[in-house]
Design a protein. Structure first.
Ligand SMILES: *[C@@H]1O[C@H](CO)[C@@H](O)[C@H](O)[C@H]1NC(C)=O
Ligand SMILES: *[C@@H]1O[C@H](CO)[C@@H](O)[C@H](O)[C@H]1NC(C)=O
Ligand SMILES: *[C@@H]1O[C@H](CO)[C@@H](O)[C@H](O)[C@H]1NC(C)=O
Ligand SMILES: *[C@@H]1O[C@H](CO)[C@@H](O)[C@H](O)[C@H]1NC(C)=O
Ligand SMILES: *[C@@H]1O[C@H](CO)[C@@H](O)[C@H](O)[C@H]1NC(C)=O
Ligand SMILES: *[C@@H]1O[C@H](CO)[C@@H](O)[C@H](O)[C@H]1NC(C)=O
Ligand SMILES: *[C@@H]1O[C@H](CO)[C@@H](O)[C@H](O)[C@H]1NC(C)=O
Length: 459
């Protein structure tokens, strides 16, 4: 701003002379004459020019001039008036007209106020995504502009005024704190300066910054629900489903479904606050454990769920379902339990290593001694082959006659032993009776022995 017109040195001389004239000359005749300045209290655009008319009703005025530091030019004169063009008016100033009437100085003045539009109005960038329910600050800068008393900065949401601030200094900042809501999503915020020169008869000038559109969002802390099969056969496909509730705006969320290192083509739909992504998981890679990941991204934040998926292929013989050491008895009915799985279904054959004889699998059969040996169980499909070695040990069973003879001999032996024991017992009992009849001096000693005493009780 240009400081209020300190009058240049040249201006002082006529003022001093005016004072001298006033004091030295007797008051009277010239007092009724004045010097008018037109227009009065002008407001003009900075850098502009204006016409100043200094006129008087003094019949014979002399030396009418204008005192100003501005660039001036005489553009016309007539009886009792003189007009000047003042150009390049860049700041507020005061113009003074002076002249002489009957040897006395006469003066008049007018104020010039310059108005200037702000050089710049800018709304600071908004957060790229603003969480709903959190405050954010709008900040706007207005640079330049005059006169400051008539200039203000206004923050707007659409056309709604949020905050207003009068200009102070060269740069004015206006702030507003806004609690982000769902209805602020897509709202346009802007900043406007207003130069109100309606009292000066010039109207209301205003200009707005480029609008900035806000995006607000809600992303729940819960991870998405992922529905996937636990097992997937090579070459097959299964649907995969990923859902997340409470999202806003659900239609702007991004979903990624990844199986291992393979991105799945998912179709995403949203209804209300619910987002659903469906894809088809196809196992066209090798078998093994894979991870399937569902990743939902909104407002620069992500929520994800991981789940394991096992891809399997054939052919495979399950060792747990195929005993590899068999201990069987001959001439009995047995079943060789063995299973192979895979896709496509494999064919399973068990062949004796030495003879190439094919033993039935899963079907009961009567075992003979020549089944003993090593077998190769082989599962075969278009996907490949797997072999498992099975050892079959067949034990000889003794013929029935041998068994009967052994039983008879065992019983016979038992009978003989029993008879022998009974006989020995009877002989000893006879000896004991004989000793009593003899009246032997040993008798008291022997009768004290407990087992002898027990033996005598029944007699
Ligand atoms: C200046 O003012 C006088 C008196 O009002 C008028 O006669 C004259 O035409 C004006 N001059 C201009 C250039 O406006
Ligand atoms: C107007 O005045 C400014 C300084 O007050 C000066 O720099 C500029 O050159 C002037 N312009 C004209 C057209 O006289
Ligand atoms: C948002 O700001 C207002 C004041 O500007 C305050 O009262 C309110 O608690 C703030 N809300 C949050 C969620 O920070
Ligand atoms: C915000 O501005 C954009 C582009 O100028 C417009 O498409 C959109 O409708 C506006 N939003 C509102 C809520 O007025
Ligand atoms: C996804 O779709 C594109 C084109 O529709 C296709 O080229 C690509 O092979 C698909 N990817 C998967 C993994 O299905
Ligand atoms: C989720 O996806 C986004 C966008 O594709 C990515 O930037 C982010 O890193 C992913 N998050 C995780 C945890 O993988
Ligand atoms: C064992 O011998 C019988 C008759 O000699 C025969 O039928 C059978 O196939 C043989 N089994 C094996 C495993 O060689």
């Amino acid at each position: 701003m240009v400081p209020l017109a300190p009058l240049p040195g040249a201006c002082w001389t006529p003022l001093i002379s005016l004072l001298l004239v006033c004091c030295l000359l007797p008051l009277g005749a010239q007092g009724q004459f004045s010097l008018r300045v037109e227009p009065q209290d002008m407001v003009i655009s900075a850098g502009g020019s204006l016409l100043i008319n200094c006129s008087t009703d003094c019949p014979h005025p002399k030396s009418i001039t204008v005192e100003t530091y501005l660039f001036k030019e005489t553009v016309g004169s007539g009886l009792g008036w003189e007009a000047f063009q003042l150009s390049n008016v860049t700041g507020d100033s005061k113009v003074l007209c002076s002249g002489f009437c009957n040897g006395s100085q006469i003066t008049g003045s007018s104020n010039i106020t310059v108005y200037r539009f702000p050089k710049r109005v800018e709304l600071a960038p908004l957060p790229p995504w603003q969480p709903v329910g959190e405050n954010f600050t709008l900040r706007c800068q207005v640079e330049g502009g005059a006169p400051q008393a008539h200039l203000s900065a206004v923050l707007l949401r659409g056309e709604e005024e949020l905050s207003r601030q009068l200009a102070v200094g060269e740069s004015t900042e206006v702030l507003a704190t806004v609690l982000a809501g769902r209805d602020d999503h897509g709202a346009n915020f802007s900043c406007r300066w207003e130069l109100d020169l309606r009292p000066q008869g010039l109207g209301l000038f205003q200009n707005s910054s480029a609008p900035r559109q806000l995006r607000t969002f809600v992303l729940p802390v819960t991870p998405p629900r992922l529905i996937v099969p636990r097992l997937l056969e090579v070459g097959t496909s299964r649907p995969v489903d990923c859902t997340l509730d409470g999202l806003f705006p659900a239609s702007e969320a991004q979903v990624q479904l990844v199986l291992g290192d393979q991105m799945l083509n998912s179709s995403v739909s949203s209804q209300g606050d619910t987002l659903t992504a469906t894809a088809t998981a196809t196992a066209n890679t090798e078998e093994g454990a894979r991870e399937i990941v569902c990743n939902v991204t909104l407002g620069g934040e992500s929520r994800e769920t991981r789940q394991n998926l096992t891809i399997y292929n054939g052919p495979k013989i399950d060792p747990a379902k195929c005993p590899q050491h068999l201990m069987w008895k001959e001439r009995r009915i047995h079943v060789l339990q063995c299973q192979a799985r895979g896709n496509p279904d494999p064919q399973l054959l068990c062949l004796q290593k030495s003879s190439g004889f094919q033993v039935p699998v899963g079907i009961p059969f009567r075992v003979t001694l020549n089944y003993s040996g090593t077998y190769f169980c082989r599962a075969t499909s278009s996907q490949g082959t797997q072999t498992l070695t099975v050892l079959m040990n067949i034990q000889v069973r003794k013929p029935l006659s041998v068994t009967i003879a052994m039983v008879v001999l065992t019983i016979l032996g038992f009978v003989i032993i029993t008879a022998a024991l009974v006989y020995v017992f009877w002989v000893r009992k006879q000896n004991a009776i004989y000793h009593v009849n003899q009246g032997s001096s040993w008798l008291p000693l022997t009768s004290k022995q407990p087992h002898e005493a027990l033996g005598e009780e029944p007699s």
